[in-house]
Design a protein around this ligand. Structure first.
Ligand SMILES: [Zn+2]
Length: 152
């Protein structure tokens, strides 16, 4: 029983380190292959493959299902706002998280090529300092009312 807890903690911290760029995806893939049998009690075969071969978003979902982040899992993950008030509310929520040292504003991550849907609007990238999740908040522009998306 103790062993299961240990491997879960190790697995979670490896995924978080991979998000924060402290560990290469290849190392994570090698580790889960080495520990495939032990991990079978934690994750399904499909989840195993998503961590091994999938996108950053795939790994993020597996991590969420094992241990939702106490800081950012309550934030909206993918929402196009229906009015300006919703946008300002989300912006305020993110700013408060930055001020309290839970998140930080970052440059566009190198692994993230472009703004969703090629929208020609500005945005801000936020990184959760607890789990390494990255969000983009797009500013309202004309008929577009802004959005928040967890991109990885
Ligand atoms: Zn987080």
């Amino acid at each position: 029983m103790q062993k299961t807890v240990d491997i879960k903690d190790t697995f979670i911290s490896l995924m978080q380190e991979s998000f924060k760029g402290k560990r290469k995806r290849k190392e994570l893939a090698r580790w889960i292959t080495d520990n495939q049998e032990k991990l079978s009690s934690l994750i399904s075969r499909g989840e195993f493959l998503r961590v091994k071969h999938g996108t950053r978003g795939d790994i993020r979902e597996v991590l969420d299902s094992l241990e939702p982040c106490p800081v950012c899992s309550s934030f909206k993950h993918s929402v196009s706002f229906s009015d300006r008030d919703c946008y300002f509310e989300a912006e305020r929520e993110m700013d408060e998280a930055v001020e309290s040292g839970k998140m930080s504003i970052i440059e566009k991550p190198s692994w993230y090529p472009e703004i969703p849907d090629n929208r020609e609007v500005g945005g801000i990238y936020y990184e959760c300092l607890k789990c390494g999740a990255v969000f983009i908040v797009l500013f309202p522009e004309r008929e577009f009312l802004g959005s928040i998306t967890r991109i990885g």
